[in-house]
Ligand binder design. Structure first.
Ligand code: ADP
Ligand code: MG
Length: 299
């Protein structure tokens, strides 16, 4: 599509994020297409970084070969903001798991397994085909819908923002960043693996795994020098526990990458390849998502 800000009709706020971004439901007037439009402050992003962002976005738009990744429709700059137009989903994993725990339930292992396989496929795809690392993996960037799709969003572009915000030390209260990224500013695919591990522990136990942080300094200390969070055996299978704890190995020479994780027994078990089988899974996962959807997104 060709669009500019005037072609988009605002249908209300979906959510606002940690980096001053806001996501709205919008309708493209000519096509009637409903999408999610994320607006981020781009004034602070340097011209050079902007070009990289646009080039990277274009690359993502051009290659849409993975159904585990949120579809991009386009991006535009308006009044110093960057508008990112993407596929609209029904809920993000952070809001979803909170809703489940609020009702005193826990997410079944089957659902966690399906989410895991979807995210690992998405990240493996980004790496293999686009040579892209995500840089901002966390439950709010894993989206779900009642069709049973689990899709990753906010890759590439937000990474530049995360890094430029990390530069200004304005880190939020929940750090998903890998120890090596905080201590040495070293960033590889394995940093994404760590963030995914933290996200999985969070979803499994129903809260962010680090606690008792009083200051940004404490946070950095805990991640860089403390023991990694881990999942205790008990509520979930030993395969899931092993998978998660593998992601949270501090030593990057031992921590797996996504090509390794896709071969992990837990992931293999939920990595459905047969189309008919996948269809049945989508139905089941979609029904589960529908059951716990927090108050309907935007009418
Ligand atoms: P963050 O990821 O830090 O929460 P964002 O600005 O990326 O902040 O997104 C804000 C919220 O909007 C997210 O928490 C999520 O619930 C929602 N959201 C983002 N993208 C979409 C989308 N494509 N479809 C539906 N909801 C979305
Ligand atoms: Mg996000």
């Amino acid at each position: 599509y060709e669009f500019n800000a005037r072609n988009l009709i605002d249908k209300g706020i979906i959510g606002s994020g940690s980096y001053g971004g806001v996501v709205n439901k919008m309708e493209h007037d000519a096509s009637g297409k409903i999408m999610a439009v994320k607006r981020v402050r781009a004034r602070d992003v340097e011209k050079k970084e902007r070009d990289v962002m646009l080039r990277e976005l274009k690359m993502i738009i051009d290659s849409q070969g993975c159904e585990d990744v949120v579809r991009f429709y386009g991006a535009l700059f308006e009044d110093g903001d960057c508008w990112i137009c993407m596929e609209i989903m029904d809920c993000s994993l952070d809001k979803f798991y909170r809703q489940v725990y609020k009702q005193n339930e826990r997410i079944p292992e089957k659902v966690i397994g399906f989410i895991t396989a979807s995210v690992v496929r998405a990240l493996n795809y980004l790496k293999e085909t686009l040579n892209l690392i995500h840089r901002d993996i966390k439950p709010s960037n894993i989206l779900l819908n009642t069709q049973g799709f689990v899709k990753l969003c906010d890759f590439g572009i937000s990474g530049y923002l995360v890094d430029s915000i990390a530069k200004t030390q304005d880190v939020g209260c929940q750090i998903y960043m890998a120890p090596e990224r905080l201590s040495e500013r070293r960033y590889g695919v394995r940093a994404d693996v760590w963030s995914f591990g933290i996200s999985l522990v969070e979803v499994c136990i129903g809260r962010f795994p680090y606690t008792d942080w009083n200051s940004v300094f404490d946070q950095l200390q805990a991640v860089v020098h403390g023991d990694p969070p881990f999942l205790q055996a008990g509520d979930y299978s030993i395969e899931l526990v092993h998978f998660v704890n593998k992601c949270l190995i501090k030593d990057t020479s031992i921590r797996p990458n996504f090509a390794d994780l896709i071969k992990d027994p837990f992931c293999v078990h939920y990595n459905i390849v047969d189309p008919a089988e996948m269809k049945a899974w989508r139905t089941e996962i979609g029904d589960y998502v529908l059951r716990f959807l927090p108050t309907s997104p935007v009418a």
